[in-house]
Design a protein around this ligand. Structure first.
Ligand SMILES: NC(=O)c1ccc[n+]([C@@H]2O[C@H](COP(=O)([O-])OP(=O)(O)OC[C@H]3O[C@@H](n4cnc5c(N)ncnc54)[C@H](OP(=O)(O)O)[C@@H]3O)[C@@H](O)[C@H]2O)c1
Length: 376
């Protein structure tokens, strides 16, 4: 396989190093803006598309543009594409799958969800013989690091975030992590592949952890609960629900014990039941290794995406209900209150769709409001 690698940053350098160890893989070009001291470096993306010898392009630059234009050009030029860019694939899902199909090439993005975990390939495998009922999990190491540190070490949100930034887990602008957008993109890929659908990414209800306080954590601890940010999607009688929100688990639950920046992702299927995958959701070598696994799968003959393109499917968040922890200064909380929890309330059971609507109204009055679904 002759490869054009786009992006020589954290993941690109890992892919470069790991691919050099394997005789089946040969990197001919490395595209980067920066001047890096490697013989394969080019600053012209066209070099990768115009060279007939290159059969596969790896995109690990990140962002939407020009990644979308470059990946589209590569597919149109008949190159297989492997990417770790969940933002790109979640945003242009239908277009990219259709382009890969029209040009008869492989399109793989295993490292885009779960970093080093072979999650999408596990979904691809299990769905061959059993219907998948649900996918869910801790899919973002940065927010898990922040929540773990607040719970275990009593740090404030701001201190825990600064620590995550100092360790290189969180970006200078942490919005994509703490507002749940990164999980939303990963959930979209997981749900589309699990259920053979094409969801609209903008319709996934997404509540992050930006406004969680040490007072909230104290409230949870007093009740033996631990807060975790999860993406969840499930299918019931042909309807699909998909949402990203903080959840409260009993302290002895498996999900509650996931430490620092680790991921834990689970599917629930008709015959196997629940199966969970735990490991490093990011990092140069875990993520780079998963990119290289995709390359080897293509060398081994894999030509198709993980699932079919999937028909558009409206999100039906009214099919799933929880009691919610709701901390807000808005009087709207009184109408849904079942119990008082310190300065917050535990709501009556309500659907995710109802909570999405209520939270949107409450945020107009109280942008710092915080919710978490109570899980058993
Ligand atoms: N880091 C992780 O642990 C991880 C895990 C899973 C998935 N991913 C995904 O993998 C992708 C890459 O992440 P990363 O952490 O490796 O990012 P990164 O360290 O910022 O690397 C990206 C590289 O691409 C270069 N680049 C950006 N735009 C370019 C352009 N237009 N032309 C040529 N080169 C360009 C960057 O140069 P400059 O630095 O000069 O901009 C940088 O060297 C992202 O989509 C990310 O979501 C990352």
């Amino acid at each position: 396989m002759v490869i054009g690698l786009m992006g020589f940053g954290t993941i690109g350098a890992g892919v470069y190093e790991l691919a050099k160890e394997l005789e089946e893989l040969s990197i001919k070009y490395v595209l980067d803006i920066r001047q890096v001291e490697i013989p394969e470096l080019t600053h012209r993306a066209e070099d990768l598309f115009e060279d007939a010898e290159v059969d596969t392009v790896v995109e690990v630059m990140g962002g939407l543009h020009p990644a979308y234009e470059f990946v589209s050009a590569a597919l149109k030029a008949g190159k297989n594409v492997v990417t770790a860019n969940k933002y790109l694939v979640a945003t242009y899902y239908d277009e990219l799958l259709a382009l890969a199909k029209a040009n008869g090439v492989a399109f793989r993005c295993t490292a885009a969800v779960g970093g080093g975990i072979g999650w999408l390939t596990a979904l691809e495998r299990v769905r061959r013989i059993e219907p998948i009922n649900a996918v869910e999990g801790i899919m973002n190491g940065t927010t898990n690091y922040i929540l773990s540190n607040m719970t275990q070490n009593g740090l404030s949100f701001d201190t825990a975030l600064s620590e995550a930034q100092a360790l290189g887990y969180a970006e200078a602008d942490p919005s994509a992590d703490i507002d749940g957008l990164d999980v939303k993109h990963k959930l979209l890929l997981s749900a589309n592949i699990a259920f053979d659908v094409s969801l609209n990414v903008n319709d996934i209800f997404t509540a992050g952890i930006r406004s969680i306080t040490d007072g909230d954590i104290k409230n949870f601890k007093e009740r033996g609960l631990v807060c975790k940010l999860l993406g969840v999607a499930c299918k019931e009688e042909g309807k699909v629900a998909a949402f990203v929100q903080p959840n409260l688990f009993p302290a002895d639950a498996l999900t509650a014990s996931v430490p620092t920046n680790f991921n834990l992702i689970t599917y629930d299927t008709a015959y196997t039941g629940r199966m969970s995958f735990y490991g490093q959701g990011a990092g140069r070598y875990p993520t780079g290794a998963n990119v290289v696994q995709d390359l080897l799968d293509i060398v081994g003959g894999k030509e198709e995406f993980y699932s079919k393109e999937g028909a558009p499917c409206a999100i039906a968040n009214e099919i799933v209900s929880f009691q919610y922890y709701l901390r807000t200064t808005s009087a709207k909380k009184d109408a849904v209150k079942a119990e008082t929890w310190g300065d917050a309330v535990l709501t009556q059971k309500m659907s995710v769709a109802e909570m999405a609507k209520l939270l949107e109204e409450i945020k107009q009055e109280d942008p710092r409001a915080f919710i978490a679904a109570v899980r058993s």
